[in-house]
Design a protein around this ligand. Sequence first.
Ligand code: AMP
Ligand code: MG
Length: 329
Amino acid sequence: MICLGIESTAHTFGIGIVDEKGKVLANVKDAYTTESGGIIPTEASDHHVNVCDVVLRNALEKAKISLADVDLITYSQSPGIGHTLRIGAFVARSLASQLRKPIVGVNHAIAHLEIGRLRTNAKDPILLYASGANTQVIAYHNKKYRVFGESLDIGVGNFLDSFARHIGLGFPGGPKIYELSLQSKKFIELPYVVKGMDVSFGGLLTHTKRKFDSGECSKEDLSFSIQETVFAMLVEVSERALAHTRKNELVLGGGVACNIRLREMCEKMCDDRGAQCYCPENEFLVDNGAMIAWLGVLKYQNQGGEKISDCVIKPYERTDDVEVTWYKD
Ligand code: AMP
Ligand code: MG
């Protein structure tokens, strides 16, 4: 079976093609970027409309197949920006009806977890999902992926991007903050906000912006200290989720997991408690079509296809709203 998956929850329009064993035949994407400021939903959806046919053609070429070889169409149905989700769903519905092939919609956060399990040896992990808009610690329990902890306000990537924008760096800011952090070893004490199993970045953002504006701290020292602080918050909550669930595998997902310092800190924590830390390749950490295609395969094999008229978008669906039928306990 060959499955074509479409990702369009935010800035990225991606198409992945995988087979039923999880072999990735293609994973092509085109991301909307801005010179300054964040994502403007209407501009991002225009971007997706403009690139969707080229991305599709490139993915088919890469996979060395034609549309007629595709057996299943899947798309990211949730959660995300309504404007951009709608483009992916529209392309998916058009392909499914034109090709007369089954279609299923899938949850983007769960796709990050499943591609992590596919690309690593992790069997029953905790996922630290650290991306632009989302920050969650997720694990399977009793037919659902449960959220054990999450950000109470913005995602960790948005936090890094907002601070980076404030100090004059462009988008995406995460990699630029990492580069700056390498030029400092001076740790500045910053608010460390863990509330139970949840984290929060809003107050920290205001605080660090003020520290920068007052001229008290250099951007290198702040970049270093920001990383040490927010990553420690994420590691603390992930460790507590491991202890609570008695699981012994941590999988990283989301674009912020491209950060080498975050990986080092997660690996150290896992080493210290005898757990394994897994991180898929960068192309599967950021938003991508292959993870959507793979989750589509899993869902379809257990639940079958969906009516085209039911293939709507669910911008606000939560990870723990989804019943998980494919997981072998
Ligand atoms: P996603 O939403 O999962 O596609 O991830 C995008 C986010 O990942 C953006 O907020 C980026 O700033 C962030 N990001 C990408 N690479 C890095 C990195 N090396 N360090 C920190 N953040 C990163
Ligand atoms: Mg994502």
